[in-house]
Design a protein around this ligand. Sequence first.
Ligand SMILES: [Zn+2]
Length: 712
Amino acid sequence: MGYFALGCLCLAIVCSTWTVAVSEDVFPPDLVTLMNDFNRMINETADPCNDFNGYVCPSQTPENSVQSRDSTKTANQISNRLTHGNSTGGGAAVKKYYDFYNTCIKVPSRFDEAALKLTGDLEKYVKQQLGSSSYDSPLAPRQLGNILAYVMVNYGVKIITDLKKQRLPEKPSELKFKNNNKTLYIETPREFLSSRLIYDPKFEKYGDIIKVGLRACYAFVDPTMKDVELNHTTSQLFEIDSRLAKVINKTQEPTSVIRLLEANEASKLMPEIDWSAFVETLSSYSTAFLGNYSPQTLPILFYTPETTGALIRVLAQAPASLLLKYLQTKVVLSLVSINCEALTYEALPLVKQHLYITDSYPTTSDRMNLKSSVSTMVDNVISSVRDMAEQISWIKNDTQTYAGFTDKLNKMKKSVCYNDGLDDPNWLDAKYSDFNVSSDDDFYKLYYKAHQYSAKNILEEKYDPESDVTRWNAFYDPWVNQVNILIATLGSQTYSPNYVPAVVYGGIGSLIGHEVTHAFDTLGINWDSEGHLKNWISKKSKKSFDSMAQCVINQYDRFTIADESGKVYNIDGVQSSGENVADNAGLRAAYNAFMKHPDRSKPFPRPPKLRNITDEQLFFLSFGRFFCTPENPTPNELVDVHAPYKLRVIGTLRDFEPFRKAFNCPVNSKYAPEKHCDVYAPDLTEAKSNAYSVISSVVVSTIMSAFLVFIV
Ligand SMILES: [Zn+2]
């Protein structure tokens, strides 16, 4: 209350469909701003049925992307707080955060000096590992294990895996690894995923760019190296990099290959590396990490063992001298994004998150209200997915599948905005009680301190980088059966308690729907309600699921998109199938939740282009805005597990009946083709009416009672 927008009052007079008498001229300023932005973006000359992207976001610049706008705002807020703020009013942990940063910037470090010093330190370590072994021979398994763990902890260089802990794939009681909750998790490193595309034959032109980068990085390692030798070294580095990338650049391994092995068993499977040595080096940075295990017996969970083994073979074949150069190049590369700010976040990420949360929502009641209203939205979307299951015959009529599906939904956990504790200074102080900054520390000491402390906290499960709530992201974790909506995703572009349901459900609601339905996509169906790998879907239902998923695969396989030079690329329907199923089902879940919302028709400001927009149309406008990105996809977008943004919009809307209805699209317009896929679409009502005339009266009465459930 108390807000007044003059523009809206004028609109109320001219807008004949607007009949609410009292509240139409009083809108909260943030809603007015957002609706004006919708208005600015809409291109009325584009036909929504044939070019919805062009209609909703004609100027597809990064600045117009919802995600990019909110992410930039968040990053600036965090940076300003650290570089221009102080610890006044904060607890001990906040003081350490500022002490760390102020100590770090006291003596500025030059990039070339830092590169020399850090890569020199690495050389010393590798020399020490080699002892009397030759630099020209490949590393022994034990040496390779030690060195890969060392670079991961000290430099954040991840060649064969990220540093991560994960839940066991089965209930601990069924295994010899009893009383173990989480264990070391080895999976293809994410930071490598983006560079794999460089070596895809489709993107050959990017190879030259990578060579230039490797050359520039190595020049910092050895500034005295002559050009000819530098070119030769670059070719060798490129060879290793491309071989690693080619290993990763293949279709993901199925979940059936996931292996849980003791370190010594794993070394037998991958004889080129000694996993016990890898574990032992990790444990030297955290005494609590091993618990009751020895480095030989620690259980390790391998998510993609074949890929991991193949990556290791590439490294194990290189002479020690070349591998050292490769790792040094990666250290220089990682140094590009490291400054005192980044090191502070690396060392004390929870303080960064605490300050972001409490700065954005200063009072406890603000934070409680936010959590509770977003939580309700997640519940509404989950309940909408439950309704969907009731209307799909291959789920509803199959006892086993129905039980598994609903059990997974009923037990789905949710982490909304942030976990309790992050807004509590005492909790934070206790968390970082073992971290100290000394006035003698310089950039290098702080560099190692930040990396090692971060690794220690991951190994001891005190921190998981994925849960950093300042990232613009939401995700579903199949290992816990949990949907996570991070607070930074709820920025002014997506969420405010003042926004109307059409805006909120079309945007962030669809994202929530996407994450919830990841539990039931091509990958998600392999995990059960407790996050264990288990087949809960019956063989018969699996056939129905597969034919639904295959339709989506075929549809996206037929999509093409051109890059900025006009080169046309095909989409990999198999690789993106999980995301595409989640996009389709997520939109349906969000739309159904929106249609059931009691405030569905709440009035909103109507600048000129929104004068005749219906609530349903506004829902889809909000959905489309999420994917406003530059017209031509980046190479990253082309090899990502998600389809390029533009295709995510058409791929989803063309399969969704309510969209064509909302915009009155003629049959066979681009966004309303007659032939399309039905993803988790209701079919029971039709099935019943067809069956009605041919089946016995007993069955008819059973079906009729089920039918009544739907129409109530
Ligand atoms: Zn997804």
